[in-house]
Design a protein. Structure first.
Length: 77
């Protein structure tokens, strides 16, 4: 699978999972072939593209568990 296809698959998963369209993570910007011999670190480094920090506009943490439908600043894909 090409790196861009892998990144697109991750983005599609996030969209279907209901994450905010403003949520960003490092994996979105890595353009490399996935290596199945290296486990996914899932480092949890997220930020909000609205504030460009780890906090959303509501001053709460930006992450895949918190940035979901029901949050005041949530923006669907």
């Amino acid at each position: 699978m090409e790196a861009n296809a892998a990144n697109a698959a991750v983005v599609a998963w996030r969209k279907n999972g209901g994450c905010c369209s403003r949520l960003r993570w490092k994996g979105m910007f890595i353009d490399a072939e996935p290596d199945p011999s290296i486990p996914n670190t899932r480092d949890g480094m997220y930020w909000c593209s609205h504030t460009m920090t780890c906090l959303g506009p509501d001053s709460r943490v930006a992450d895949e568990e918190s940035c979901c439908d029901g949050r005041r600043c949530y923006e669907p894909w």
